[in-house]
Design a protein around this ligand. Structure first.
Ligand SMILES: [Zn+2]
Length: 141
């Protein structure tokens, strides 16, 4: 993984898979930030990353960019972390592909004329942002 890719997710709630197979969850932070001035373990090392509980408590080991195999954004995000859109879509198949829009807060949204009683099949296991089309998170099924 490239440093820029990882740093896009700083301060976001993420799930990180490390090279040793460990999967850790928390808010991504970087060493050396002022928030951690009082904690030499988190302040002095250079270019290391770790996860917190959302506050200043570190809940993971320190790791390097090169240790990260995969990073996932938490499903419970309230909006797109890239552009702030409140909508995402999943790709589905029904005699072709359509985009089924869902609001993050679960309220109804415009979906045009989707057929009632039609059976849709998800064609991608990811959710995509309705506005900037970036891949957001992995779906459960
Ligand atoms: Zn977006």
């Amino acid at each position: 993984m490239k440093r820029e890719q990882l740093e896009k997710h700083l301060n976001e709630k993420v799930k990180v898979q490390l090279f040793n197979g460990d999967i850790i969850e928390g808010y991504l932070r970087k060493t050396g930030e002022d928030d951690f001035k009082n904690n030499p373990n988190l302040y002095i090392p250079k270019n290391r990353y770790f996860l917190t509980d959302g506050g200043l408590n570190c809940v993971s080991c320190l790791f390097r960019v090169s240790h990260v195999v995969k990073i996932q954004i938490d499903k419970n995000i309230k909006c797109c972390p890239y552009c702030g859109s409140e909508q995402y879509y999943i790709k589905q198949n029904f005699k072709g592909t359509c985009c089924y829009h869902i609001r993050f807060d679960g309220k109804e949204t415009e979906n045009g004329d989707l057929w009632d009683n039609a059976s849709f099949k998800n064609t991608s296991k990811y959710a995509w942002c309705s506005d900037c089309n970036k891949r957001l998170f992995e779906l459960d099924n």
